[in-house]
Design a protein around this ligand. Sequence first.
Ligand code: FES
Ligand SMILES: [Fe+2]
Length: 361
Amino acid sequence: MPIVFPFDPDIARASTIPARLYHDPVYLELEMERVFAHTWQLVGRTDQVATHGQFFTADVGPNSIVVLRDGEQLRAFYNVCLHRAGPVASGCGKRNTLQCRYHGWTYALDGSLQRTPGMEGTTQFRPDEMRLVPVAVTTWGPLVFVNLDGKAPPLTEVLEDLPARVAPFHCERMQYVTTRSWEIACNWKVYVDNYLEGYHVPVVHPGLNKELDMERYRVEPHRWFSIQHAPLRPVHGGHAERRYDPAATDVPEAVYAWLFPNTMLNVYLGQMQTNVVIPLGPDRCRVVFDWYADNPPADAATDPTWVKLMAFSAEVQDEDIGICEVVQRNLRSRVYDRGRYSAEHETGVHHFHSLLHEAMT
Ligand code: FES
Ligand SMILES: [Fe+2]
């Protein structure tokens, strides 16, 4: 199958990427290797690996990974036993060693192989030279990222000045509140495309559209990420009930950042939300939202402010899911292959497709 697909770096002339890239299983396999195995993936939180021995597992495409705290050191490994590929960790928890759930080989937290019961008769076997395969791991505020590509540029380089841009919000002090996830019948790129433009807001999200000043909406593409600026609408006298207070002038504008390929970071005053889009198949993905706050509620499920916040978020998310699932079906229609971009409103989508094109070809 040709992995080369046409792409024009000039958005004014460009057509969108071919429809088959959104449902071809072979293409997804290639994306797993060429995109997901070479980019920083948000896999968890620092509070899950705060003390010695704490660990959690996560998947990056077909690769199971374990992230753990070994004293001062945060480490990550492929969660694949060197014997016959059993799992050395499952879920999350706290352990002094990692014991494979298949035949019990045991690894120290630094990945070295410590015990191999029943291997006495095996020759030219050097367990003292064997260790779990390490994976690059790093943190940014409360977030833990891994990168399967040992030669990838460090996350700090990829993020450029993004940490400085969100510094006024003090994300590093925020604490985890809650998680919601949705399984969606669309290719992961359909969801990402949709996130990257505000063009659909007036039509798909009437409620959100009341809050945002879409006239002043703009996208700022960087090398590996983009930022969407969606300022709040000014208040007009006697305007209907508003969710946010745009009159509060000391409030910094919210930051909506997307990091190639599948991570979003939405930062507001006092709280932030991460969204990770996990491919489950050519026409299926899971989207995981994690919320963090300066002052986490005792229970987000009953706290009135959080109940409202989550309900509004779910309303917007349901609207997005509805349109994404229909688009996914239509991408298989025999009459559709490529469309055109709005040069004014879809620079974020075009930027994403340019990075995809670069990674895939
Ligand atoms: S596969 Fe791990 S001990 Fe056998
Ligand atoms: Fe949307």
